[in-house]
Design a protein around this ligand. Structure first.
Ligand code: DGT
Ligand code: CA
Ligand code: CA
Ligand code: ZN
Length: 574
């Protein structure tokens, strides 16, 4: 699959053009990259079937970009990209996890100090060479060092949403190898963690030879690290490592339990076993005479230890073990409980597909209602709608909605919250939408007190139903704004404002722990994929995974309400 490689190059081209103050190209490349990385179809296949012309049919890809893709398929290179790299040989990838060091800053660092990578940057900062540059100063130098420290923590980790389609495909292929009875990916992936360090795959098979052969020769394997009879490891083309272990039927439950983790959860579990005089490891649960007690299934192990089985997403040693012993585990939301998607963009603002195209895909994915939430307000850059366009969109939504019987389509919007907490569209317009999402898209650097006030004031507006991506964090890019979350949760409960779990792969905002705190305060949460293309609508599951990690149940989530129940819930605030 070429898509991810091309997306990555387009992101870098976008950054290089940003460095050069190019007005339009950065956006075009970035948008294309975003769409390409979430596409199901392979660009190479599209090209081989229909050439450049077929590529230009893909949303977000014009003739120029299609030709880049052709060039890449043919030569493995894109000349424009090579040129840009030659002019400023900056290792962008090494900086991608360092917050606050953007393209403009990189250009200045390169021009003045010939800084090419994070190592150079750290050395310069420690040597106090950065503070002397024009417009940098001591404070910036210190911030840079702090960001480098932070970036070490998530170095080598991959977004769940990035890894997820790759794992599904591998699981499918591995399961079809002859003699394979079961395939299960464990580790942080199975726990639905927002980022994944490596992929731990388990198989139960009649014999291991064939599946091991298949594993090490998969098309997305870049390098075989080890090949054995029961365990092999490989580096995949996207840079992440994957292990495959073939385990005997008798130990399948024990192995998958052990390697699902988390480590902290397992340590507690093992303590319980030891208290009984037993032994627990990846082969099974054994009594004091080393007699096998359980191991075929996970349920068996938990049961013999006196615990209820629990979903993998809960296994973080955050109190779940005690509840499982008392048979008091919450029954967390399941993936099929969610019947709607409450944030998406269309061609009316910065999305790639029409209302009808979005609704069709949403219907196919089983959604019963969706909210179309194009940008309104100040955001000229995201193609925010003006008042006349809004009215045109409402008529189109009504038309599509009455045509499509299987799905209800809500007239929604995503509106900017001004720095003072007022809303960037007058109340008389807000009142006419079925659903209003308020978001912060500017002035991120306010003080904790001011930012908290800003969000609370927005929630106090009776027309604002949902606060979208409430903390503003972007995984591996920026930490959230300064907020007093305790106050936010209390205000959300008081004003009956829903807090969103934005399901976009690098947002997942609220995150797992914030979800848990929100629902402890009686706050309702909502899921929105924030899709900018129909290919992103499946990302709902990423947010659901975080909600399961935050112990949310069906009643905490408005997307589990029927359309009618949800509409009356919305009216309740006003
Ligand atoms: P990752 O890969 O960094 O995203 O996180 P995990 O949780 O997948 O961790 P990984 O791949 O190092 O190991 C998979 C699981 O194996 C882990 O969740 C628990 C189990 N495990 C690994 N090392 C130990 C250990 O030293 N003790 C115990 N009890 N379990 C371990
Ligand atoms: Ca792992
Ligand atoms: Ca309908
Ligand atoms: Zn947004």
């Amino acid at each position: 699959m070429l898509n991810l490689k091309i997306a990555k190059i387009f992101y870098e081209i976008s950054e290089f053009y940003t460095m050069r103050d190019d007005q339009f190209r950065p956006r075009a490349y970035e948008r294309a990259a975003r769409l390409i990385e979430s596409m199901e179809e392979d660009l190479e296949d599209i090209y081989k079937k229909g050439g450049v012309k077929a590529l230009t049919q893909v949303p977000g890809i014009g003739k120029g970009l299609a030709e880049h893709i052709e060039e890449y398929v043919k030569t493995g290179k894109i000349k424009v990209f090579e040129k840009l790299k030659k002019a400023a040989p900056i290792d962008l990838e090494s900086f991608s996890a360092v917050e606050g060091v953007g393209p403009k800053m990189l250009m200045a660092l390169w021009e003045n100090l010939k800084i090419k990578n994070v190592k150079d940057l750290e050395k310069a900062a420690r040597g106090r060479n950065i503070r002397t540059l024009p417009r940098f100063g001591e404070k910036t130098e210190k911030n840079i060092l702090r960001s480098i420290e932070l970036s070490r923590e998530h170095r080598g980790r991959f977004l769940l949403g990035y890894v997820s389609p790759i794992v599904s495909q591998m699981e499918k292929n591995l399961a079809s190898v002859s003699g394979v009875r079961k395939i299960l990916t464990c580790g942080s992936f199975r726990r639905g963690k927002e980022t994944i360090g490596d992929i731990d795959i388990f198989a139960e098979a009649e014999k291991s030879k064939e599946i091991m052969e298949y594993f090490v020769s998969m098309p997305n394997v870049e390098k075989v690290i080890a090949k054995g009879e029961t365990k092999s490891s490989a580096r995949l083309d996207i840079g992440i490592d994957a292990d495959l272990r073939v385990v005997p039927e008798k130990s399948f439950g024990a192995a998958t339990q052990y390697f699902t983790g988390s480590k902290d959860h397992n340590i507690e579990l093992r303590k319980i076993a030891i208290k009984k005089g037993w032994k627990l490891n990846e082969y099974g649960l054994y009594d004091r005479n080393n007699k096998f007690i359980a191991g075929r299934t996970e349920e068996g192990i938990y049961k013999k230890l006196g615990l209820d089985w629990m979903p993998p997403e809960m296994r973080e040693n955050r109190g779940e073990i005690e509840l499982a012993q008392k048979h008091k585990l919450p029954s967390v939301i399941s993936y099929d409980d969610v019947i709607s998607d409450l944030q998406m963009h269309t061609t009316y603002s910065d999305g790639a597909h029409t209302i009808e195209e979005m609704a069709e895909t949403a219907t196919r994915l089983g959604r019963k209602y969706i909210a179309i939430t194009d940008h309104v307000g100040h955001l000229k850059i995201a193609g925010a709608m003006d008042v006349r366009t809004i009215e045109r969109q409402w008529r189109e939504i009504e038309k599509v909605d009455s045509k499509m019987k299987k799905i209800r389509i809500l007239k929604g919007c995503e509106v900017d919250i001004n720095p003072d907490g007022t809303i960037a569209l007058p109340d008389k317009y807000l009142a006419k939408f079925d659903i209003v999402l308020g978001s912060i898209h500017s002035n991120f650097k306010m003080s904790r007190v001011e930012m908290t006030k800003r969000l609370i004031r927005a929630m106090e507006n009776p027309h604002v139903d949902i606060i979208s991506h409430p903390t503003g964090r972007v995984i591996h890019k920026r930490s959230g704004y300064e907020l007093d979350m305790e106050k936010i949760f209390r205000a959300a409960a008081r004003t009956k404002t829903i807090l969103e779990v934005n399901c976009y792969p690098d947002r997942l905002d609220l995150n797992d722990m914030n979800i848990r705190r929100a629902i402890e305060h009686g706050v309702k949460i909502s899921f929105g994929t924030d899709s900018h293309s129909k290919m992103q609508l499946h990302n709902l599951s990423l947010g659901i995974a975080q909600a399961r990690r935050g112990w949310a149940t069906k009643k905490d989530v408005v997307n589990c309400l029927s359309a009618e129940q949800f509409f009356s819930f919305l009216k309740d605030k006003k």
